[in-house]
Design a protein around this ligand. Structure first.
Ligand code: AMP
Ligand code: MG
Length: 420
């Protein structure tokens, strides 16, 4: 048995001719080897990349105890618990301009948000609470010791690792790293993904459409989905169903890429034509996945690159990409967190047809109705009806064992927006 076949055969319940979605995911996951090379990049350019070093703060953030409010820094011991207290304003501290003295008994210091807490002070009273008369500041009872103070290191502590290799760098992480004064960061190199579409019926944009042809749209949806994942894309165009041309395309794609994605040519009728070729160039498994759409899919290796042979139907391309390829690419990019798209609950507004024994990814529109999330299916659900994806804002994910859904039942949805 060859290498990938040996790995995937260890997945409990593995059956290439009736593969449940979760088994396919496990099988893919077991075969992935993340990229190891790293590079240093400027902080802004690190957005969307995967961290390749420990970020250990050399400083505390914030560096000093400081005020969380505009108000007055006081010594809690000076405040009367039962009645008002009147203190003398001894000076002021602004953000970036500390008060140089030390607070004495009966004194307070005017402080702005972010100002270093003056020495001797331990509590801040909001300005809205006090009465001021010249340098006399009167504070009502009921203040709590240490209120409105932000402590040095309460965000990030010097010496305590804050981010680990494998972390995704999102806007929050860019800010976090910037707050440590770091202008560069070490990240994994970008994943390189080559793609091509196969099919004798495909015309490229700019060519006239002859009888029986369709314009190739899959490379454009793939381009969009891959761009959002931040990978390098090598688009090799449309390749005819011709063994010599396909072989050349596979070889070229695998030369520099970590991953090769193709569409078309894996359906039952066509796979037998592609199989000898892929067997010659690497090791490719042809799966019938218990799902709809997206039943046929090829997974394997061409040269040193992983291969995802997606179906040709435009909706099936998107579903198999979101459900298998997306997570795999994030894992190969070095992400160590669970990257799976979250499943959220919503109520089916209408009955939904479904047969047990396969996972269905119907296209739906989720909306909020009087505080409750409800979902309805977009019109035609054919795997060639790309409009159903465009009109939808989520997949309605109907589990393997589930049958028909009645109106009012809970279903799971995966939102499209903002996730990829
Ligand atoms: P296949 O998986 O190659 O049998 O293709 C299944 C269906 O998807 C056929 O109707 C094809 O015309 C269509 N299809 C295949 N590739 C593309 C593509 N790149 N763009 C649009 N439709 C495609
Ligand atoms: Mg085809």
């Amino acid at each position: 048995m060859s290498e990938l076949a040996a790995i995937v055969s260890c997945v409990d319940g593995y059956d290439p001719d009736a593969l449940p979605v979760d088994k396919a995911r496990q099988a893919i996951r077991a075969c992935l080897r993340p990229v190891q090379e790293t590079e240093r990049v400027a902080l802004r350019a690190a957005l969307g990349r995967v961290l390749a070093e420990d970020i250990v703060p050399a400083i505390n953030v914030p560096a000093h105890d400081n005020s969380a409010m505009d108000g007055y820094a006081v010594r809690a011991a000076d405040l009367d618990r039962a009645g008002e207290s009147t203190l003398r304003e001894a000076g002021a501290a602004l953000a970036g301009r500390p008060y140089r003295g030390r607070l004495g008994a009966g004194e307070c210091v005017r402080v702005m948000t972010g100002a270093v807490l003056p020495a001797g002070a331990d509590t801040v009273v909001m300005q809205e609470m006090v009465r001021v008369d010249g340098d006399r500041v009167t504070i009502p009872p009921g203040q709590k010791t240490a209120q409105n103070v932000r402590y040095a290191g309460e965000d990030l502590k010097a010496g305590v690792p804050v981010l680990r290799p494998g972390a995704p760098l999102r806007p929050a992480e860019l800010g976090l790293i910037a707050s440590l004064g770091l202008g560069e960061v070490r990240v994994r190199r970008r994943l390189r993904v080559a793609l091509f579409a196969t099919g004798d019926e495909l015309a490229s944009i700019g060519e006239p459409l002859r009888e029986g042809e369709v314009y190739d749209s899959n490379r454009y949806t793939l381009h969009g989905m891959l761009t959002r994942l931040g990978v390098e894309i090598d688009d090799l165009g449309v390749v005819r169903d011709d063994p010599a041309l396909l072989e050349a395309a596979f070889r070229r794609a695998a030369q520099h890429a970590d991953v090769v994605i193709t569409t078309g040519g894996v359906s039952v009728g066509e796979a037998d034509f592609v199989k000898p070729l892929t067997a010659k160039l690497g090791e490719v498994l042809f799966w019938k996945i218990a799902m709809r759409p997206g039943r046929p899919m090829a997974f394997g290796r061409i040269g040193d690159a992983m291969l995802f042979g997606l179906p040709g139907n435009p909706v099936a391309v998107m579903v198999t990409f979101y459900e298998f390829v997306r997570d795999a690419l994030l894992c190969l990019s070095g992400r160590t967190d669970d990257c799976a798209l979250p499943l959220l609950g919503a109520i089916a507004a209408d009955p939904i047809r479904k047969v047990p024994g396969r996972t269905e990814y119907q296209r739906g529109i989720v909306h909020c109705d009087a505080g409750i999330w409800k979902v309805r299916i977009t019109g035609q659900q054919g795997s060639g009806v790309l409009r159903s994806m465009s009109e939808a804002n989520c997949f309605v994910v109907l589990e393997h064992a589930r049958g028909r859904v009645e109106a009012g039942e809970f279903v799971q949805v995966q939102l499209f927006d903002g996730l990829i």
